[in-house]
Design a protein around this ligand. Structure first.
Ligand SMILES: Nc1ncnc2c1ncn2[C@@H]1O[C@H](COP(=O)(O)OP(=O)(O)OP(=O)(O)O)[C@@H](O)[C@H]1O
Ligand SMILES: [Mg+2]
Length: 282
């Protein structure tokens, strides 16, 4: 790394404040409700809890947040890496900001160390303006998803009561714990038919994780199955906005309430973007 790049790194370290929180939303199995949770969580946090939110669509394979939010898919990180200003690729949707598509990150391999440091500097500077930076990932255990999980001070793992979703959630937790010793997992059980079902599913996961890995995980919330959600998705609407009284919306609000009351601890967000780029081997 050249001297200029080191200079930038130091500048970032000096300027950094502790006011942002990085939350990565992941799952073992795909299609368990990550994106729907991410957009509705962002909406409620922004509009009911007055939090400044940046939602990042890091779904590498099939980025689809723009379908829910009516944002322009061509304004994305790829254009930023190609030289567009970060401010110009951030889009506003329903009271919060959105940054689309992390697929362009592969092109970073072409960039020199100084350019990469400049990008990290910009992302760092941007993140400081937000109370929360929420990262929606693709399902499965992939190098990039793992990088986001490892760098985040909080990871929400979404599962459903379906046995395969539960097995895959455990496999994801096991991989990150075994490889990196990461253990800050909060669990959301989605598509539950009752509170009891959600609790039973969490207990099963907790018991397995404790027995085989020896660590504790936390139940963040239980989200009910609701017919209003597929309906809202079909109409490209946010359930939290369209159906504020729906049981799913109420459960998302409960999670927001819990999260909004957690104070960030000193130093926990340090070097988030630097870590991401280091983990991805840039
Ligand atoms: N609580 C729920 N009640 C009813 N249907 C739901 C619920 N949560 C999710 N779904 C359905 O599951 C579908 C998939 O949800 P979503 O796209 O949020 O999953 P995902 O985990 O982001 O998927 P991917 O892994 O492909 O990114 C939604 O279109 C919706 O129809
Ligand atoms: Mg998704």
């Amino acid at each position: 790394m050249n001297d200029q790049a080191w200079g930038l790194r130091e500048l970032v370290a000096k300027k950094r404040t502790q006011n942002s929180k990085f939350i990565t939303i992941a799952s073992g199995k795909g299609g368990v409700g990550k994106t729907n949770f991410a957009v509705n969580f962002s909406y409620v946090m922004a509009n009911e809890f007055a939090k400044k939110i940046l939602l990042i669509d890091a779904d590498i394979g099939m980025a689809n947040i723009h379908l829910f939010l009516n944002t322009d898919p061509n304004k994305n990180l790829k254009s930023f890496f190609a030289g567009a200003k970060l401010e110009d690729v951030i889009q506003e949707a329903y009271g919060f900001d959105v940054l689309l598509g992390f697929s362009g990150i592969d092109e970073l391999r072409e960039l020199d160390a100084f350019s990469v440091q400049s990008i990290i500097y910009d992302l760092d500077r941007l993140s400081m303006d937000y109370d929360y930076v929420i990262i929606d990932t693709s399902g499965g255990v992939d190098e990039k998803v793992m990088s986001f999980l490892r760098a985040s001070n909080k990871s929400y793992i979404i599962t459903t009561p379906e046995p395969t979703a539960l097995t895959d959630a455990y496999a994801l937790i096991r991989s990150i714990y075994n490889l990196y010793g990461y253990e800050r997992f909060k669990i959301v059980v989605n598509m539950c038919r009752s509170e009891e079902e959600g609790q039973t599913v969490f207990n099963k996961l907790q018991t397995t994780v404790k027995k085989f890995l020896g660590i504790d995980i936390e139940l963040l919330g239980i989200l009910p199955y609701t017919n209003s959600l597929p309906q809202a998705v079909r109409n490209k609407e946010l359930i939290a906005m369209k159906y504020p009284k729906d049981i799913f919306t109420a459960s998302v609000k409960r999670i927001c309430e819990i999260e909004a009351n957690v104070k960030p601890s000193q130093g926990e967000d340090e070097n988030f973007w630097q870590k991401i780029f280091d983990f991805m081997g840039k």
